[in-house]
Design a protein around this ligand. Structure first.
Ligand code: MN
Ligand code: MN
Length: 317
């Protein structure tokens, strides 16, 4: 097994030190299991939120709930621990008072994580502003593709507001910054699960002007799945980054988040949608906006752990 996890009949899932999925810490991976295929790391930062704070505790909550993440996927018929070398790198350095400084320090940390030639990065948030750093690091590790990365974006919100309260690095502005800096190609970006109410009709202008494909929550009931399939097929294997904001899921299933949006998809829908990306060349990913203090019975953090697992499954050979 390239990923050595404790035998749960010897060291039960409720015992031992906590890493994501019970995967080894990067420093504990034996040379025989290198190079790594995925590195997980936390970004305990919520200085970019426009509403309720608390997502800085997201990484710990997701790791805790991930202890019950088993390695065999029935849907994909793969055991990720047999197919892939997975490891947890701990948390990135953050500056709780500064979103731009955090973006800089996290991007630097993530870019230097091992094994850049093979290991995809999966960031556990944190508010959505942390996606910028992981997208930048992924772009760097992919040799700075001049056209930027394709982006699969699950969210109730577009996160393309230029600035809020004069700050350009918050969670509502993350994709404007990534597009401006050439990290993401808006013509190969799809936002899935978007719904209102919005501040104004102009909230969708940036996405429309720049050719972002939008699949609204309502469209998921009819044309949405076909649009997503055509989008993935149209990428032709180009590297694509997956960013998953848990508020795309209805607060009935994912109450632990800072900007909840009523009328979202179910947990089961979320897993099905991620699985529907089969064939995607996943370059990196994040799962963000888990706010444990608003969660009940850890269900949002548990969902986030499972979404991360489903994204990893997409990369199995
Ligand atoms: Mn978001
Ligand atoms: Mn959102």
């Amino acid at each position: 097994m390239p990923t050595q996890i404790p035998n749960s009949r010897v060291m039960p899932r409720f015992a031992g030190l906590v890493t994501f999925g019970r995967y080894p810490r990067v420093a504990d991976v034996s040379p025989a299991d290198r190079p790594l295929d995925w590195v997980f790391y936390g970004v305990p930062f919520d200085g970019g939120v426009t509403y309720r704070p608390g997502a800085r505790f997201g990484p710990r909550a997701i790791r805790e709930e991930s202890q019950y993440l088993k390695p065999y996927s029935m849907a994909h018929r793969v055991n990720v621990c047999e197919q892939l070398s997975l490891a947890d790198a701990g948390d990135a350095p953050v500056s709780p008072y500064s979103a731009p400084e955090t973006a800089r320090s996290v991007a630097e940390y993530a870019t230097d994580l091992p094994d850049p030639a093979t290991a995809r990065l999966l960031a556990l948030g944190g508010d959505h502003s942390v996606a910028y750093a992981n997208i930048r690091a992924t772009w760097e590790r992919r040799g700075r593709p001049p056209d930027g990365l394709a982006l699969i974006h699950f969210d109730s919100h577009l996160d393309t507001v230029d600035s809020v309260w004069g700050e350009k690095w918050g969670h509502a502005s993350v994709f404007i910054r990534a597009i401006e800096d050439g990290l993401v190609d808006p013509g190969r970006m799809i936002s899935i699960g978007v719904k209102g109410p919005l501040n104004s009709a102009a909230d969708t202008d940036f996405a429309r002007r720049h050719g972002v494909t939008m699949v609204t929550r309502d469209e998921l009931e009819n044309s949405g799945p076909a649009t997503i399939r055509a989008f993935v097929d149209g990428l032709g294997g180009a590297p694509a980054y997956v960013t998953f904001d848990v508020d795309v899921v209805d607060p009935a299933f994912a109450p632990g988040t800072g900007t909840p949006s009523v009328g979202g998809i179910s947990s089961a829908d979320a897993l099905t949608l991620v699985r529907s990306l089969r064939g995607l060349n996943v370059a990196g990913a994040d799962v963000v906006e888990v706010l444990p203090d608003r969660d009940h019975a850890g269900i949002t953090a548990l969902l986030a752990a499972h979404v991360a697992f489903e994204i990893v499954c997409l990369s199995c050979p």
